[in-house]
Design a protein around this ligand. Structure first.
Ligand SMILES: O=C(O)c1ccc(O)c(O)c1
Ligand SMILES: [Mg+2]
Length: 602
């Protein structure tokens, strides 16, 4: 199907937006009036620019508060419309969006609305223009798709049809099921937006929190199927008002947008384009290794932290300053071949896939950038893609083929501190790319979204969203500040961490040789009160700086954190009891305060 994007989705000037939309492969745009009004290009120049970029202008929008008015105001509105038809002729666009009236004095009368829309449609028809009527969810009287459809039927003019917008439909209680029964040809335009479930004023929800399909909570595939069942074959067009996208790099946003549409089309069960099917996401089977980029300062700190955690330096790369450290099945790679010294960072992680070739083919089809792999002759080929935060994600075979690049150091893995495996990675995301990251991990790697959590932390509100495979052998916890970080927030921006599992955290804690994170007594007092815990148990937790969480079904998490090493990274040890499936989010603020305390009082 043709894919379009409304200019309102993207940041910048009209030219920035058109360039970004074309580069991401869109076929067309919805031109927002404001973007034209502030542009130095004439409508004819915009038309030419779009044509040069291979973009059609599929919709001009919006025309507001046209109908349900007095006869006198309506005559003025027709004059206003005539002026816009002139602009549309110069632009070469033949469909205009008319939103349902939001004016406080709009008349509640479907006959009047229908009559006025018929009159408008007649005039539009004379100019070869079609009117797509859209019920805004906060329309004064017409705020549901079914009422807009009744009015369009009553008006009964060939140049008048509906614009259906998934946000307006799915944000209301009215069932969308009847959309499948709309007369074929009467849906003139389809706008797509997802959104998180929020209890708030619907206008604010729509203007600030829309997301691309797959990033929110709406059933977009189900919605699109209803529209296709009604015979719609126009473009799938994204119309996303989002505070973050409005101020992020439009090139990136346009690719995120395109990825959302490709994934959405793939999720449709009525498949219009059978050859557009994506390769299925192969099952991921585990974390193979996690790589930290370190320099002369952070390298020694991380080495001693790994030793303190019970890791052994088991391998040395044949050709590069890269070390392999192991404990249980957890593998950490320290890469000192850094070109830009700075804080330590998780530069890459590797997951094992049942079919790495297919994983990468899917990633490519979803526009995931391939990571340029610098490989010496004789080294294992490791293909990688680049995640939205710049981390390289390697996808490898379950075997240990990549280990052939490492020569054994001669030190054998010992029992260490009882760490068994990687439980999850914690990746603080760049503010502009959080929703993009959620969609990336879900669509590209086939990981499921677990719940999104929000919590108040010492330096601002935080949001976390975890993604995981069904068996939970691959988990990544993404976090972001709800508002762009304040200037006063501490030096450790966007920390990253690796969490390891243990079967007995108390024994593991006793075996560690690391500086402790000072967890305050107040925390344990509160914990005992909140969960009615046994005093001896709380004392044991407190002795080792272990934090505790329990979900509503009674599953427990015992976990501890290390201080920050190398300027940016820390480690976590978790003991999940009886299927606890979260990440101890309520304890994240305790960890942040403790890490700051420890930094200020080393
Ligand atoms: O928020 C608005 O005003 C607005 C305008 C045009 C649309 O298509 C829409 O869905 C919302
Ligand atoms: Mg809309």
């Amino acid at each position: 199907m043709r894919r379009s994007i409304a200019t309102v989705c993207l940041s910048g000037t009209l030219d920035d937006k058109l360039t970004a939309a074309a580069a991401a492969g869109f076929d067309g745009i919805e031109l927002f009036e404001n973007d034209l009004v502030v542009s130095p290009m004439t409508p004819a120049e915009v038309r030419k620019r779009c044509a040069d970029l291979g973009l059609s202008i599929d919709l001009y929008q919006p025309f507001r508060d046209l109908d349900s008015v007095s006869d006198e105001i309506f005559r003025k509105n027709l004059d206003r419309a005539a002026r816009k038809f002139d602009v549309m002729a110069a632009l070469g666009v033949n469909t205009v969006l008319v939103c349902s009236s939001v004016a406080p004095d709009a008349v509640d009368d479907d006959d009047r609305a229908a009559a006025q829309l018929t009159e408008l449609a007649g005039r539009a028809d004379n100019r070869g223009i079609r009117i797509a009527y859209e019920a805004l969810a906060w329309g004064r009287h017409v705020s549901t798709w079914d009422r807009s459809w009744r009015i369009v039927q009553r008006a009964d003019h060939p140049a008048l049809g509906l614009c259906l917008d998934s946000f307006h439909v799915l944000s209301r209680d009215v069932s969308p099921a009847g959309i499948a029964g709309i007369t074929p040809g009467k849906i003139f335009f389809l706008q797509l937006a997802d959104a998180p479930h929020l209890s708030m004023d619907v206008l604010q929800w729509s203007r600030h929190h829309r997301l691309f399909p797959g990033q929110g909570a709406f059933d977009l595939p189900g919605f699109v199927e209803l529209v296709l069942a009604a015979g719609y074959h126009g473009p799938l067009s994204l119309e996303v008002f989002n505070d973050v996208f409005r101020q992020s790099d439009p090139g990136r946003t346009a690719i995120d947008a395109m990825r959302s549409l490709i994934a959405l089309e793939n999720d449709l069960t009525i498949r219009r384009l059978p050859d557009a099917r994506l390769p299925d996401a192969p099952e991921l089977t585990g974390h193979a290794f996690t790589e930290f980029a370190v320099d002369g300062h952070s390298g020694p700190e991380l080495r001693s932290a790994l030793r303190g955690l019970g890791f052994t330096h088991t391998g040395q790369h044949r050709t590069k300053p890269v070390e392999l450290w192991e404990q249980g099945t957890a593998r950490i790679v320290l890469n000192s071949a850094v070109t830009h010294p700075g804080p330590a960072a998780i530069s890459a992680f590797a997951v094992t896939s049942a079919d790495p070739g297919r994983s990468l083919a899917r990633a490519g089809a979803l526009l995931a950038p391939a990571h340029p792999n610098v490989r010496e002759p004789g080294e294992t080929e490791l293909a990688a893609i680049t995640a939205p935060d710049g981390t390289s994600v390697f996808v490898t075979h379950p075997g240990d083929g990549w280990r052939a690049d490492f020569l054994p150091t001669g030190s054998a893995k010992g029992p260490g501190a009882g760490l068994l495996a990687v439980d999850h990675l914690g990746l603080a995301q760049p503010f502009d790319h959080f929703d993009e990251a959620g969609l990336f991990y879900h669509s590209v790697l086939g990981l499921d979204h677990l719940a999104t959590e929000e919590y108040a932390a010492p330096f601002g509100l935080m949001r976390s969203r975890a993604v995981a495979n069904p068996s939970r052998s691959v988990r990544v916890a993404l976090t972001v500040a709800l508002l762009r970080r304040g200037d006063w927030a501490p030096a450790v921006a966007d920390p990253q961490h690796v969490a390891f599992t243990t079967a007995d955290i108390i024994a593991t804690a006793a075996a560690l040789d690391l500086p402790a994170l000072p967890v305050p007594d107040n925390y344990y007092d509160d914990l005992a009160a909140r969960f009615a815990l046994d005093a001896a148990f709380v004392a044991a937790l407190s002795r080792h700086g272990i934090l505790y969480d329990r979900d509503p079904s009674g599953h427990e998490l015992l976990h501890l954190y290390t201080p920050v090493f190398g300027g940016r990274v820390f480690f976590e040890i978790v003991e999940r009891r009886s299927g606890y499936d979260r990440f101890g989010e309520p304890n994240a603020p305790v960890r942040m305060a403790a890490q700051r305390h420890r930094r200020l009082n080393p």
